[in-house]
Write a protein that binds this ligand. Sequence first.
Ligand code: ADP
Ligand code: MG
Length: 591
Amino acid sequence: MKFLKRFRTGKTLEYFLEIFFKRKLAVTVNLTFTPIAVFFGEILVGYYFGKLFQKLVEFKPGGDTGALYHIAWTIVGFYLLQIAFYRVNDYTALWRQSNNLRDLEQNIFKRLPQYSYRFFSETYGGALVSQVNRFLKAYEEFDDVTIFDYLEGLSRIVLSAIMLLFIAPPLGILLAVWAPIYIFIVVYSSMRKAHATRADAAADSSVIAYLADAITNMVTIKTFAKAKLEHKKFSAVSTDRYHKRLRSWRLNANIRNLRWFVAVVFFVAYILLSIYLVTRGSISPAVMIAGQIYIFAIFNSLLSLHQVIQRTEQLFADAAELTDILDMKPELTDPKHPEKSRIKDGLIEFNSVRFKYPKTSKDVFGSLDLKIKPGERVGLVGHSGSGKSTITRLVLRFLDVDSGAILIDGQDIRNITQDDLRSKIAYIPQEPILFHRTLMENIIYGREGVTRAEANKASHLAYADNFIQRLPEKYDTLVGERGVKLSGGEKQRVAIARAMLTRAPILILDEATSALDSKSEKYIGRALDELVKGRTTLVIAHRLSTIQKLDRIIVLKDGLIIEDGTHKELLDKNGEYAELWSHQTGGFLDE
Ligand code: ADP
Ligand code: MG
């Protein structure tokens, strides 16, 4: 399989073959009908054409025409057979391919949530979308070239060579020797340039990723007056693609030249050899004509062989990026034999937790101990980088501890499935992102089987109902690009309504750091009061209004808990918290 390695098909081929052979009967039809059609429509037809031409040349006016028509009708019959086989083949292929593509895209989609939080925080959404898209297109291309190009071309060459070996052995031998040499040269030279094709595809991907990122951040670019700088950076990425593309295309042109040369040598040899054989009487002119017809057909498919190989390389290069992703082992896996979740009250314990981000040198937590009682409402405060977000990621098991353990209601969170764990935690991120679906769909996302009435109630309690009722289509209004743009505060209220519907005993809230209008602020404050009822709550707190109300405040500094107590206790202590508090600005703590 060294051959395939050179082609850099990698694991892609495995994925593709698995799906290719999924519908056994249909794929068998495709793999057998193509050679059968070629046999009738090209091999037999070519042979009879040869006969017909010779008979026509030898024909004297007034002679017997019956034999001529007999041959002609035979040819028509074989053509019809070819057409019948090709038609059935076509319909089978399109049915099979469309089913395979559907399965493939659903499989990919199913796999995506298995990748880690880290993966998605480091991957460009736009690039991933285009990788998935290219992977699917690549499979379609793979399926097409396999049955419509490789199989057909191969059938043509093998069947022609066999036929010629019967009717004109020297010509058959010449073809049987030449065709593999030609194919080898084309394949080998294409392989040699596979890396150039791959580099071209990677550069292509970089351009798209840059473009997507820049477009997403266009407002930032404009406000920071960075259009010139961005243009310069983009030009660098684009110029890189230009070089790689040019190199790839130049190599193609070289291969074309070589291919022409080898083809011409053969053609001359074939003509000379046939003249020699016919003049010596070893073969009839009919055979020479049949051979000529085969050779033209083979030439036609071999002429495009180079393009087909190029498409093949391209498709594997296109698929490679997603293959690497599909090939990745999920960083965080569920236990082989998960325990039944015992999470009920929401007692959270960190026991000597040590954690550091991969590829960094410093521990975020050296040995963190923390116990949060059921129903307790705890605020995490501290300067930026002190580890607040990391604590919430660890509880959600977006990240795994390096040593020590996190227990919820006495159960190590690594012993239950991630779905079980996260279904017990309602999480509201700093800037909630909503699906481009209706508001109702976004809200009922909180729990399966929620009724509209329950959703209405939740959104009422979350103070979302009042703004939703003012929208033209109310709960059926589409969010985002095709619908309304919600303000930050409105999005948060929708996220709170969604969280309310979960029956999760634990709530994790990353408070928005951006200022909201005072009305929104008030609503959100009230909505949260409702939401935290009966839930163990962990808030990354930035707002004074939130902080004072909490049962307990934990002050983090460089991954250490330096203060722990109520707002009042901590103020009396006159330490870090009191310091933060005195530097508060505009209702927010300075981080
Ligand atoms: P906070 O939320 O308090 O601002 P974080 O928990 O985000 O703090 O960060 C704690 C530390 O971990 C910081 O030193 C930060 O640089 C580092 N850190 C955070 N996220 C990552 C990441 N994805 N990869 C590497 N280091 C990170
Ligand atoms: Mg943070």
